[in-house]
Structures are given as C-alpha cells and as structure tokens.
Ligand binder design. Structure first.
Ligand code: GLU
Length: 426
C-alpha cells in the first residue's frame, strides 16, 4: 500500500500554484535572485516520518526561521530569567526590522524581531564570535539531523548591506542590552540567517519542537520541554511579523516565517510543518506559504484552539472482585491521567464510596500521568486511608509508583491484578 500523505501534500501544492501575488524579497541583493516559482512543502511527525512534495530538494536560507532556535539556545545557556532581562516577550505588531525597544530600558519587544534576535544571538555562551557562530551552526544542524551548509555569498551580501541591523546592534549596545561588539553581534546574527535548509530540514527542526525538544529521528534531546514551551509561546504571539493575530485566528499554530519565503509551523505533540515559496506579501510572509498553511490547518484540524477530543474519565471500569480471601473494589484506569480525567475518577469514588476495605487502582492501561494528577492521586489516597481503606496499585510499568504519601508510606504495588486475585491479602 502507498501512503496517501504525499498525494495529499501534492494536492495542497497544486491548489496554490496559481497564486502569483507578492514579490521576492530584494532588500538583500542575493535574495532578489530567488526563483519565484519554487514551491515546496514537508511535514515531519514526532515519530520521525517525513513527507515532502514539490521542489523539496531546493535549498534556501533559513533567515528569520532561525530566531526560535537561537532563542532556545540562549535560554539553555543563560536560563530564562537572565534572557528575560534582555529580551521581552510582547508582540510588537510591527515589521521584523522595526526599532521595537522598550522605552527606558531599550529591551527588544520579543526575540522574533531582529532587535530581539540580535540580542538572543549575543547571549549565546562562547569565548569568541567564531565559537558562537559554530555553536549556533551545530545546534541548528542537530535539529535538522544533518550538517547544514552556509551560503557565504548571501551572508556577505547581507553583511555589506545590513545598515539597519547594524543600527539596531549599536542601539542595543548603547542601552546595555548587549555587551559585546555590535558589529560582531550583527554579523553573527546574519550568519545564522544564512544557513541553508530544505523543507524537510525545516519540518524536522519544527518536529523537534513539536516533540518537546527531542529530535524525532536521532532521538537526541536538544532542549528541555520548558524551553520548548517558552519558544512556542513566543512563536504563537510574535512569529508572523505584524500579521500574528491574523495568523493565530486563521491558521492557529505556533509558526515563524522568513524572508526567503519559508514558514515553519509546530503542532505540539503531533507534527512539524514547513512550506516554501519565495514571493512575499506586504507583511513579509510567503503568499503561497500562508495559503498552504491555511489549507493544512483546515484539512488536518491543526488549529490549537480546536479543542482536542475532551479528556474522558480515566475510569475504564469499576468492579468488585474476590482477592486473597476478601472483597476488593477495583478501579481499572486507562489513557492519560490529566486534571479532568483524574477529577472524574475521584468524583466517582466520592459520590459512590467503595464499600470494601481493599481498594485497587489498576494502572496497567494508563499511558501517562501529569504532575497535577499525581498530586491529586496522593491526596485521594490519603483520604481513602483516613476512611479506613487499604489502597493497592497495579502498576507494572511504574507509571505512578512509587506514590509516596506525606507520611512517608506508599501503597503496595503489584505487577498484575492476577497477583492480587491469586495471592494473599497484600
Ligand atoms: N536576514 C534577515 C534580516 O535580518 C532576516 C529577516 C527575516 O527573515 O525576517 O533582515
């Protein structure tokens, strides 16, 4: 059987080919030469499956799609609190190269505009500018799962025409937001923008964010989940230049676009998406890229505000069994223990208290437990104990065990219900 996914992606490509509005970015001489007809798409799942269609071998510069990754590295190096002292997280509602600095402090509004991205680049720990460049290069390459190449001509072209970015760099230095040589900081930022990718690279980079910071193919953990959360939040509110609100309402996934015509999108827990087509709209976003993302979002229910299937009760069944010569109430649980599913389970036990002394929670079919559900489980177990119950867990994969109560004790834990049914009273 052939997967239907590539055919679907091809249909998405075909549906936007007739859109010829917009113009290729020409403020960097080298970018102006891009073939405006190029069109490509890729999606990568958190399991590492990659699907492409169109001109998927075409390489282009990563440009501003680099910004989320540099921000992530800066946080990994310095910690969120220190980075936040240098770069705010407020949408600017302005163009990417606007002088969006906070009055008084000079702090850039967010890391997705140039001022913030130059500051983020300068925060990356290194002994020299060259080492900083190398670390950025290596970091992006790990996200892509292969060594990325630098477009040196493009870099030089932008470095020799980057007066506006240089002005931003000098302003940042004058406010004390960066403490290194502003020319080196801007050159480093431009170098990061000049690393080249294809849509599959970008989709995997995005899928690494979708996968909580673990590269889906290599399995390497590149950043912590909390950093991913920070980066995705900022992409959601600030990722699409001055069209962020429009983007969130229509497409609805964290995203970042670049003036080379690419857009990356991240659907947490599911996929990374990349689209590419060089002609840009007045906001600097790829015209066909936006259209493809809108279509994917509609067809694939990607919008993050399209509430997922409501979390159901974690309770698969509740029954009474004879175990070790006594009666027991067995709650058989399933799925993910999150706030709502755990609350429904506890409510069942509150409304209809078990009438046996032995109460068993069978977690054999539970996949995951969140911190809040763990705390709720501890509190519920304590209360059951206070009501004179003996709680036993069946938890072969140690999803919840050991569940340590505030008094230091933990409920007995078995590998299977049969153990309980066959054995003596635990
Ligand atoms: N190299 C570009 C610049 O700083 C990146 C712009 C972008 O992709 O938004 O001007």
């Amino acid at each position: 059987m052939k997967s239907p996914v590539p055919d679907y992606l091809q249909a998405v490509i075909d549906s936007v080919r007739s859109l010829t509005g917009g113009a290729v970015a020409d403020y960097i001489p080298e970018l102006a030469g891009a073939n405006p007809e190029r069109l490509a798409i890729a999606i990568a799942t958190v399991e590492g499956a990659v699907y492409v269609a169109g001109d998927s071998k075409e390489r282009f510069s990563i440009q501003s799609m680099s910004k989320p990754f540099t921000y992530a590295l800066a946080i990994a190096d310095r910690g969120l609190a220190e980075v936040a002292q240098h770069i705010d997280v407020e949408p600017s509602g302005e163009a990417f190269n606007e002088i969006s600095l906070e009055t008084g402090t000079g702090r850039p509004r967010n890391p997705m505009i140039n001022a913030g991205a130059i500051a983020a680049h300068s925060l990356i720990a290194a002994d020299s500018a060259a080492q900083r460049d190398a670390r950025v290069h290596d970091f992006y390459s790990r996200f892509a799962g292969r060594e990325l190449a630098l477009d040196a001509e493009l870099m030089q072209s932008e470095q020799s025409t980057g007066d506006r970015n240089l002005a931003l760099g000098h302003l940042l230095k004058s406010f004390g937001v960066i403490d290194q040589d502003p020319v080196a900081a801007v050159n480093g930022y431009i170098r990061q923008c000049s690393l080249t990718v294809d849509v599959a690279d970008l989709a995997l980079m995005a899928a690494t964010l979708a996968n909580g910071g673990v590269q889906p193919v290599t399995g390497e953990r590149l950043v912590d989940p909390l950093i991913v959360r920070q980066v995705l939040s900022v992409m959601t509110t600030c990722g699409m230049y001055d069209a962020a609100g429009d983007w969130l309402t229509t497409v609805g996934i964290p995203a970042k676009s670049g003036v080379s015509g690419g857009i990356i999108g991240v659907l947490p827990g599911q996929v990374g998406i990349a689209v590419f087509s060089p002609r840009l709209d007045s906001h600097g976003n790829s015209v066909r890229g936006v259209a493809m993302m809108e279509r994917l979002s509609r067809d694939m229910n990607l919008h993050i505000m399209d509430a997922a299937r409501p979390a159901r009760s974690a309770m698969r069944s509740r029954r009474r069994v004879r175990a070790g010569g006594e009666n027991a109430t067995v709650f058989e649980l399933q799925g993910d223990l999150v706030f709502v599913s755990t609350e429904a389970l506890i409510r069942n036990a509150v409304d209809n208290p078990p009438d046996t002394e032995l109460v068993v929670f069978d977690l054999s079919r539970v996949d995951e437990i969140t911190d809040v559900a763990r705390r709720m489980s501890i509190a519920a177990t304590e209360r059951l104990k206070a009501d004179g119950k003996r709680v036993v867990l069946v938890d072969p994969r140690k999803i919840i065990a050991p569940l340590t109560l505030p008094d230091g004790t933990s409920p007995a834990t078995l590998d299977s219900l049969e153990e309980l049914e066959a054995g003596g009273s635990p």
